[in-house]
Design a protein around this ligand. Structure first.
Ligand code: SAM
Length: 223
């Protein structure tokens, strides 16, 4: 798909499919109107492989995007975004750019957004798509398990691949009051963690539901 210019046309049919998706996310327990509105605004079909049918692009499941990687299920994107509790002006780091869809959802808030991808092909493809869409997102190629120390601190850090444990480096890149949302556990199943850095630079941990992410690689990932 590299070098292939994506069709970026958003029809009434696509919008109707997004409305159905929003209804399904609401039924599954997503309550934040801001999150639901953000998902309703983002044309998910821009971010899936070009031959995917519109129905499949808006079905609530993950899809292959090449390189053995996936675009997360919309429910998972909504769930993580809701836990992130984004505030206007936040500086946010996403780890695992993949298709760019989760970044596009975050980009619906007035924030400063950084995203990092380890896979060169996905990085290049998504960078081109962001350029085509005129998205002003800082996209990097590299090991996101180390964070982005040059640009830290961040108000929010979102990891979109499953980690074996909480990467120490990420905790130290949170601003006071900052939150890290990360799936942690086994290679195939993980629990969603939200870690909040309080004003005393101590970390409060909350543990939520079970998910199944592709593995986080790199220094603090799976070998
Ligand atoms: N956020 C993505 C989206 O919206 O399409 C979902 C991405 S997929 C579930 C996880 C991504 O994390 C893959 O693209 C994978 O290459 C990437 N990844 C894995 N380990 C990484 C690391 N250490 N640093 C950066 N990206 C990593």
């Amino acid at each position: 798909m590299r070098g292939e210019r994506k069709k970026t046309y958003d029809s009434e049919g696509h919008k109707a499919l997004r409305k159905e998706l929003i209804n399904s996310l609401t039924e599954k327990g997503i309550t934040s109107s801001e999150v639901l509105e953000a998902i309703e605004r983002v044309p998910r079909h821009f971010f899936v492989p070009i031959r995917t049918s519109p129905e499949d692009a808006y079905a609530d499941h993950a899809l292959q995007i090449g390189e053995g990687q996936t675009i997360s299920q919309p429910y998972t994107v909504a769930y993580q975004t809701q836990l992130l509790d984004i505030k206007e002006g936040n500086k946010i780091l996403e780890i695992g750019t993949g298709s760019g869809y989760q970044a596009a959802v975050l980009y619906q808030w007035p924030i400063e957004l950084y995203t990092i991808e380890l896979n060169q092909t996905l990085y290049q493809r998504t960078k081109e798509l962001f350029d085509q869409l005129n998205y002003s997102i800082h996209i990097f190629l590299g090991d996101g398990s180390l964070g982005l120390p040059t640009y830290a601190p961040f108000d929010r850090i979102l990891v979109t691949a499953g980690a074996p444990s909480i990467p120490e480096d990420l905790l130290h890149q949170l601003s006071p009051g900052g939150k890290l949302v990360i799936p942690v556990g086994q290679p195939k199943t993980q629990k969603m963690y939200r870690i909040t850095c309080n004003v005393f630079q101590q970390f409060d941990t909350e543990i939520f539901d079970l998910f199944s992410f592709v593995p986080l690689l790199g220094k603090y990932g799976w070998k």
